[in-house]
Design a protein around this ligand. Structure first.
Ligand SMILES: [Zn+2]
Length: 266
């Protein structure tokens, strides 16, 4: 087992209505206290230190105005929270990053790519193909040129992967489709065990809980591209992780508190 360390880095806040977005309509009556108004969710990226190469999982969200205009209203990226500003606070420049692995290519996971001039960009082949040619329903998610803007990954060169693939010693990706066509999760070996950076394949840790009233082994989310793939990806990761604490979600507010006491995991 390698001794890699994971540093969750929050790049801002997107707003969402948990009752519509984080939980499937069939379970909302069984999950206590789900807000049905807009709340803020963090947008974490994950820096993997101590390995052969410096690796980042996702590059996070856009600046406030961009996020508001094209995405969820009232989303914000406070001063100092853009990925390059956050990296500077811990002594890195974007140029220091050797590899960026994208869980998927929605706008809140791919911003500021042009700052990572030395990085190899890795994404699933199915995600890359869809991101460049989505159905109109997903034009905003991928910032399609039809909106009159330049998508954050325009012109970028990607290494295309599929299946389960080793990225460097101690880090591998595996397919967790469903939130998006080619979503993948990143597994990192640490002294404590194997952590999974799950991106949006598990929105919040509550999505891992069973719903006995419905005979569900998990709590499915409300937003997805394919609910069967989404379901199976959650089941798969639940079985793969030692326990819930080994699954790191991009948008789980619980991770904000966790990083306050444990800024470096592993
Ligand atoms: Zn997201």
């Amino acid at each position: 087992m390698s001794n890699l360390k994971i540093r969750p880095i929050n790049t801002g806040f997107v707003t969402t209505i948990p009752k519509e977005y984080l939980f499937h309509h069939s379970v909302v009556k069984y999950v206590p206290n789900i807000p049905d108004h807009r709340i803020e969710m963090p947008v974490f990226t994950f820096l993997v230190e101590g390995g052969e190469k410096l690796l980042l999982v996702d590059t996070g969200m856009a600046w406030t105005e961009r996020a508001n205009t094209y995405h969820h209203p009232e989303s914000r990226q406070p001063e100092g929270m853009a990925i390059h500003e956050q990296l500077a606070k811990i002594g890195y420049r974007p140029e220091d990053v050797d590899i960026v692995v994208f869980t998927h290519m929605h706008w809140d996971h791919v911003f500021y790519m042009d700052k990572f001039v030395n990085a190899q960009f890795i994404a699933h082949e199915r995600e890359i193909d869809f991101a460049f040619d989505p159905i109109a329903l997903y034009y905003k998610s991928y910032e399609h040129p039809a909106l009159g803007i330049t998508r954050p990954f325009e012109g970028a060169e990607f290494t295309r992967v599929r299946g389960e693939t080793d990225i460097m010693p101690g880090v591998r990706v595996f397919e967790t489709f469903g939130h998006s066509p080619g979503h993948m999760s990143v597994e990192v070996d640490t002294r404590e065990g194997r952590y999974i950076c799950a991106g949006d394949s598990v929105f919040v840790l509550q999505n891992l809980d069973p719903v006995p009233e419905m005979h569900y082994e998990i709590t499915p989310p409300g937003r997805f591209y394919n609910i069967v793939e989404t379901w199976n990806s959650i089941v798969k990761q639940k079985a793969r992780a030692k326990d819930k604490s080994f699954i790191l979600c991009t948008h789980d507010a619980g991770l904000i508190q966790r990083t306050e006491t444990t800024p470096v995991i592993g």
